[in-house]
Design a binder for this molecule. Structure first.
Ligand SMILES: *Cc1c(COP(=O)(O)O)cnc(C)c1O
Length: 369
């Protein structure tokens, strides 16, 4: 195996394939969309897409034409859906590359038609309050879509929505609203082949939300969207391990103040290890004095404030040397802390921890099929 980079995100492509396989077995839907937006949640869009397809995904989901075209440029020919377009999104590029365009309004539908998009999927708002067409507009939107389709315009391949995960009752109400949307589409004589509303949470916990396609992001990367539920109990394995080499170790006396503001002070003579990762690399400053780190199999906590480029770990009398690996998060099955623990330490969600890693971190893919 290649020598470790100073700051390294090691992505197990095998884990991504296996996670897709595991979730496919659970959901049993005809179609499986791996959501690879935002550089595959920080895992590397092209390699993660290939790994997900190897694991049995038959669709890829990204937000816009730029993300979709990057996959096409890398030679990925699988079906792709996009669903969040700026007013200047180059839909004609998407059209030329056989990319399905998700449309949330008549205006977006008209733009897709004008760009000669071959297939659209209509997004309806069933209670998330984000994008998606408002229920009051469904009749007019579906009718326009049918007329365009009959006139040789975009085929309406799918009808979809997104759950707010706002609790049992709210989710159930959204599923009922989605049924109304399906009926309204049928009344307008649209016959989409794909119906989808579930992301990872719905796919794993709400069988009635699966329809014939699930759009799974977080689960593909092996993380759990549920509080207090370990990935392993869902059959998932975290695909990304973030680590860095210890760059200095020094012995200091009791009472030494550490990092800006001296929020941490050594209680006795001890050793300090310096880790070259900071908020400039996406390590949340909010996890100062709390984030977990494993060095040589032993678990420690960030000591003091996380700076832009570095943080300190009080390692006591443990034998830690320059060049040893400090693992911030990875697979708990291998003894690593998890991205979820970092999220808890920082008051955020694991999605944000993995997605925000910065450009100074080197990515290494391992274990592709
Ligand atoms: C990001 C996203 C998903 C994937 O969500 P996960 O919770 O990561 O599975 C699915 N659908 C849409 C519309 C999204 O924006």
């Amino acid at each position: 195996m290649s020598p470790r980079a100073l700051r390294e995100a090691r992505v197990s492509l095998e884990a991504i394939s296996a996670n897709v396989e595991a979730i496919r077995r659970i959901v049993g839907t005809e179609h499986f969309m791996a959501v690879v937006k935002a550089n595959a949640y920080g895992h590397g869009a092209v390699a993660a897409s290939r790994a997900a397809l190897d694991g049995g995904a038959d669709w890829l989901g990204v937000i816009d034409s730029a993300e979709a075209m990057a996959l096409r440029a890398a030679g990925i020919t699988a079906p792709i859906l996009t669903w969040l377009h700026g007013p200047d999104d180059p839909l004609a590029d998407a059209a030329g590359a056989s990319i399905d365009v998700g449309v949330s309004s008549i205006a977006e539908l008209e733009r897709a038609a004008a760009a000669d998009v071959a297939a659209v999927q209509i997004k309806v708002d069933t209670g998330l309050g984000r994008n998606g067409a408002e229920e009051s507009t469904w009749g007019e939107l579906f009718e326009r879509a049918r007329n365009l389709e009959r006139a040789g315009g975009p085929h309406v391949r799918g009808l979809f929505s997104h759950l707010a995960n706002a609790g049992e009752d709210a989710d159930a109400a959204q599923l009922v609203a989605f049924e109304r949307a399906k009926q309204a589409a049928a009344s307008a004589q649209l016959v989409p082949e794909l119906f989808h509303i579930a992301a990872t949470q719905g796919a794993l916990r709400r069988p009635e939300s699966r329809h014939n396609l699930v759009r799974v992001g977080l689960g593909c990367y092996g993380l759990s969207p549920f509080d207090g539920v370990e990935p392993a109990s869902l059959g998932l394995q975290p695909a990304l391990e973030l680590s860095a080499a210890v760059v200095s170790v020094k012995r200091v006396p009791a009472g030494t103040g550490i990092s800006y503001g001296h929020t941490y002070r050594t209680e006795r003579e001890t050793s300090l290890a310096l880790i070259p990762l900071g908020y400039g690399d996406g390590i949340p400053r909010h996890a100062s004095d709390r984030g977990p780190v494993v060095i040589n199999g032993e678990r420690f906590t960030v000591s003091g404030v996380i700076a832009m480029d570095q943080f300190v770990v009080d390692v006591g009398d443990a034998s830690v040397a320059v060049g040893d690996r400090a693992v911030l998060f990875g697979d708990p099955g291998a003894g690593s802390p998890t991205a979820t623990e970092w999220a808890d330490a920082a008051g955020t969600i694991n999605y944000e921890i993995i997605t925000r890693l910065g450009p100074r971190i080197e990515y290494r893919n391992v274990g592709g099929r």
